[in-house]
Design a protein around this ligand. Structure first.
Ligand SMILES: N#Cc1c(-c2ccc3ccn(Cc4ccc(CN5CCOCC5)cc4)c3c2)n[nH]c1N
Length: 243
């Protein structure tokens, strides 16, 4: 997978070259290129923003600079790219989104700042039959798109074959079965007077699986009843319903 990121703060994306993601890049599983948007400015001040038409607070990012940047970065590779535009007004980015994008050959992330990017940049890309997804990572307001890109790249790249040491970990992801994962424990058996639940040391795999499922159902019901309500009819078996 090739990943391009366009931003006025390239340094914000440095964490993508650390740890697991850094190893995925070194292993050739991911090609990452970060581009400074100001490369495509033409004025001495390298202006990337201007006042909003119709008034209102803050500034809006100019379409000319973004249009030239997108054209240039898209041309760097012939593979078709999904253009991703983080925005507070976007569709929710979920585990299902990450799963879907993990099959793409190329992702191109555009990091807005100020009050966002002139809408015509997205409109122009879509009318050229480019795939453009405007997405939000959550119901809160950030200062720019860079942090959202860090989140989305990590969620997608960890799903690529060969990235996670233990592929089963991604298969048993929280949300992958529609539930939150239950509590996890490791040694010591007792820590500050708190013991690991006996069932987890029983060696009885059926009982352990049931216990884990019950804890996941309990936690989901308590913290995310919306996920429970969204489960398909056949997602819960009789033992689940008895819980
Ligand atoms: N992904 C993601 C994000 C982002 C995000 C992503 C990209 C950019 C580019 C600029 N900003 C800042 C910005 C601040 C204020 C406003 C105005 N609106 C805000 C909502 O109320 C109405 C008025 C717009 C944009 C961004 C924020 N925030 N939260 C997410 N989940």
């Amino acid at each position: 997978m090739r990943i391009d990121v366009i931003t006025i703060f390239p340094g914000y994306l440095a964490p993508l070259r650390e740890a697991l993601l850094g190893r995925a890049i070194s292993a050739g599983l991911v090609d990452l290129a970060v581009h400074d948007l100001r490369t495509w400015t033409r004025d001495v001040h390298q202006a990337v923003d201007d006042a909003p038409y119709g008034g209102g607070p803050g500034m809006v990012m100019r379409p000319q600079v973004w249009g030239e940047a997108l054209d240039a970065v898209l041309a760097l590779d012939e593979r078709p790219a999904r253009i991703v535009v983080p925005t507070p007004a976007g569709r929710p980015f979920t585990q299902a989104t990450a799963q879907a994008w993990s099959g793409d050959e190329r992702l191109l992330f555009t990091c807005g700042r100020y009050e966002g990017i002139d809408q015509r940049v997205v409109d122009d890309a879509r009318r050229r039959d480019l795939t453009v997804d405007e997405v939000s990572i959550g119901d809160y307001v950030l200062v720019g798109g860079e942090v959202a890109v860090l989140v989305m790249v990590e969620a997608v790249v960890r799903l690529l074959p060969g990235v996670l040491g233990n592929p089963a970990s991604a298969e048993q992801d929280s949300f992958s079965d529609g539930l939150l994962e239950g509590p996890a424990f490791t040694r010591p058996e007792v820590w500050r007077g708190l013991a690991v639940p006996d069932v987890l040391r029983s060696g009885n795999h059926a009982k352990i699986a049931r216990w884990r499922r019950d804890r996941a159902l309990e936690r989901t019901a308590e913290r995310r009843p919306d996920l429970l309500a969204a489960l398909p009819e056949d997602a819960l078996d009789d033992a689940d319903r008895a819980f």
